[in-house]
Ligand binder design. Structure first.
Ligand SMILES: Cc1cc2nc3c(=O)[nH]c(=O)nc-3n(C[C@H](O)[C@H](O)[C@H](O)COP(=O)(O)OP(=O)(O)OC[C@H]3O[C@@H](n4cnc5c(N)ncnc54)[C@H](O)[C@@H]3O)c2cc1C
Length: 459
């Protein structure tokens, strides 16, 4: 196996983590990355003494592989876990922030949900399975099992926080497979949660609720940067892959570095670039695959980063931040209280916040003047947080195509990816449009993809 050559397309966390594992298994790896730096969506910036992440702010340590890689890469000292205050998450209702209840007694006491919503939730164990199977949105699933108010004031903001998505569009099976499985396997969410905790313990895995939230002293990009450093000259940046040719016994991957045409031959291609980019490259291989990839929706997201003097903020900074249900009709999806979560995100006496604007809820942001968007979001944010002074720092990052939406019917894409790989041995499709969008899922998926590649070469 050691002589087998793999070319990985994309040096985001999916491409880097999978390549790292393959390299450790003796494969000869080259990673081609379009941008000047490795990391993909993971972009950390240090400016005017503020450290901010333009993409993911944190990851959840859902797999032992994360800690293992951190140790092997020698960056344990760099890793930071979120402040315990981060366990407290707020939801906005009628312009007021309510902590999301995290225990049964807190749930009974909270004013976030009405009494009838609480009673409705308690009926969950008595509700049967749906006949719709795969073709249910998370909204339909939650409304049926937990009631409309829980959908509006817990799931709707949660979905905006994770996917920048709409619960009415996202498939419960593809976007929230664990939740779907609880109903399928155990008949309900409450009974299923209790039983699955036991099973997870046996597999040494952590649920997303109990996994520790991590980042790095220099921000999230420190992780891909460390993998890239370890892989050394195997990572080629500013390498824009534009086509792949199937030769008799190998693949030829063609790319451009500036104006220079280059190519590399290999036994297998691992694609971890976004679906819309893969759609172009694999079109000559299979038009139908190209259509499937091109039909995956990536809404735009505007990340607005704000710094203030702490003395001007009247809202106690004792949590992760807050999420906004669509019903509240605000111009942004929520805000992370960045400097509360991790150390050194803001200078002494100042606090920093990351606001998310757009997503599937407001995809029209692409055509609205950014200054207008900022002004509206800032005014609303300052009112919610009871901020009296001007921001001392402002920055933003516009993601034209931010996060793939695993919408209802996604199962058809997933099935076709498997079929394509079967018909085109030696091409592997991976990345955050397959197997989960979170950083933790991308890393877990790296292990799965590595195994798929190893088993191909065992044949
Ligand atoms: C704004 C935002 C906030 C997020 N927040 C969180 C969070 O807090 N927690 C969390 O867990 N997840 C979060 N996510 C999701 C998570 O960050 C991503 O799903 C994950 O980082 C994707 O990794 P990836 O390697 O699959 O893809 P990417 O990071 O997209 O990497 C793909 C790479 O392929 C390269 N590429 C594209 N085309 C070509 C080509 N033709 N040739 C060569 N290279 C090419 C790109 O330049 C890119 O570097 C967030 C995402 C965004 C956008």
């Amino acid at each position: 196996m050691s002589s087998k050559k793999i070319v990985t397309l994309g040096a985001g966390i999916s491409g880097l983590a999978t390549s790292y594992l393959l390299h450790k298994n003796g494969f000869d790896i080259t990673i081609l990355e379009k941008k000047k730096e490795a990391g993909g969506s993971m972009e950390s910036v240090f400016e005017s003494n503020f450290l901010f992440d333009r993409g993911p702010n944190s990851g959840l340590e859902t797999s032992p592989l994360i800690g293992q890689m951190v140790d092997e890469l020698g960056i344990r000292e760099q890793m930071v876990y979120a402040n315990k205050k981060g366990n407290k998450r707020y939801i906005l209702r009628n312009n007021q922030l309510y902590p999301l209840p995290m225990s049964p007694p807190a749930f009974l006491k909270t004013k976030l949900f009405s009494t009838s919503a609480k009673l409705r939730l308690m009926a969950e164990p008595f509700i049967g399975r749906s006949k719709d199977g795969y073709y249910q949105s998370i909204a339909e699933f939650v409304k049926r099992r937990l009631g409309k108010e829980f959908l509006d004031y817990a799931i709707n903001p949660f979905v905006a926080g994770v996917y920048a998505g709409n619960p009415e569009d996202l498939s419960v099976k593809s976007a929230f497979p664990k939740l779907y499985e609880l109903e399928e396997k155990y008949g309900g969410l409450i009974v299923g949660t209790i039983k699955s905790i036991k099973e997870r313990k046996q597999r040494a895995e952590k649920s997303k609720q109990s996994a520790k939230m991590f980042s790095f002293k220099d921000g999230m990009q420190a992780f891909p940067a460390a993998v890239s450093k370890y892989m050394g000259s195997r990572v080629i940046t500013s390498a824009d892959v534009h086509s792949i040719e199937k030769k008799e016994n190998c693949f030829k991957v063609n790319y451009k570095t500036g104006n220079i045409e280059e190519s590399v031959e290999c036994d297998a291609v691992l694609s971890t670039i976004p679906a819309y980019s893969a759609s172009e490259i694999f079109k000559p291989f299979d038009e139908k695959l190209s259509e499937h990839l091109n039909n995956i929706y990536y809404p735009p997201v505007l990340v607005l980063y704000l710094g203030y003097n702490e003395k001007d903020i009247k809202q106690p900074l004792d949590g992760f931040g807050f999420l906004i249900p669509a019903k509240e009709k605000k111009s942004f999806l929520g805000a992370i209280w960045s400097s509360v979560l991790f150390p050194k995100r803001a200078p002494e006496g100042q606090a920093s916040f990351t606001l998310f604007i757009g997503g599937s809820r407001n995809p029209e942001i692409g055509s609205i003047d950014k200054e207008i968007l900022f002004k509206k979001a800032r005014n609303e944010f300052e009112s919610i947080m009871k901020i009296t002074g001007e921001p001392v720092f402002i920055d933003y990052r516009y993601w034209n195509k931010a996060i793939p939406q695993y919408n209802v019917g996604y199962i058809e894409h997933e099935k076709y990816f498997t079929e394509f790989e079967k018909n085109n041995p030696g091409i592997f499709l991976s990345g955050n449009y397959r197997g989960g969008i979170s950083v933790g899922d991308c890393i877990k998926n790296a292990e799965v993809t590595k195994e798929r590649i190893i088993s191909k070469f065992k044949d």
